[in-house]
Design a protein around this ligand. Sequence first.
Ligand code: DGL
Length: 274
Amino acid sequence: MDNRAIGVFDSGIGGLTVVKELMKILPNEKIVYFGDTARVPYGSRSEETIKKFSKECISFLNKKDIKSLIIACNTVSAVAIEMLKEEFDMHILGVIIPGSKMASEVTNNNRIGVIGTNATVNSGAYEKCIKSENNQNIVYSKACPLFVPIVEEGLSDSNIALETTKHYLEELINKNVDTLVMGCTHYPILENTINIVVGDKIKLVNPAKETAAEMKKYLEMNNLLNEDINVKDNIFYITDDENKFKKNLLDFIEIENPIIKKIDLKEKQLDEKS
Ligand code: DGL
């Protein structure tokens, strides 16, 4: 038994889709979340900047006595996970391998669409991983850079979201994909709108679900589950306005009185021990 927390990192609120799945299947686990809300989006930035930002954030989380870390950001998982694994001596789980496995399992025609940020799509990480699951798989990728600001602004069920989704997904629908990977952790927040556009012939894959399941397996196999049923409060660290984050958090996850702390990575909170 290990009552330390699981760390979850994202550039903004997208990692909450992973938190939601973790809370469903690992209700006894404490979660320490870090959302770099002041610098989101990462997905249109250079590889060098994504590596620098993610290293700064994970240095902070690493001081929080966590037993494992989920990189709940496809962009960071796509371009920086190897560097982060070398840099930090802890168990790190990304979202791309779990999402790719799931996509390969659910497709019937081996035609798989992937949507993600510019950085994720340009990295080719999903394509490589989905093909390594089954070399018959054909992957069609599409960057959807407007989705992240739409989600961060709380506009996921709006007409703007619907029109933007139609604009981005038409191309993939025409490729006759039967499976679509939501390859950015912000996108499952848009799931209702995406479903309206793709209809029921295309199955949506949410890598957050499979990632949470992988974390459960890892904790079980290594005797690291927290069996103490009096779970202490989850903590959400962010780098920008608490009120906006709180609204998004409460709209998406049922949680009472969440503890949200704004920190400034440039100041001494970087070394905060609490
Ligand atoms: N949620 C992140 C992802 O999964 C990235 C969004 C962004 O910062 O661009 O890719």
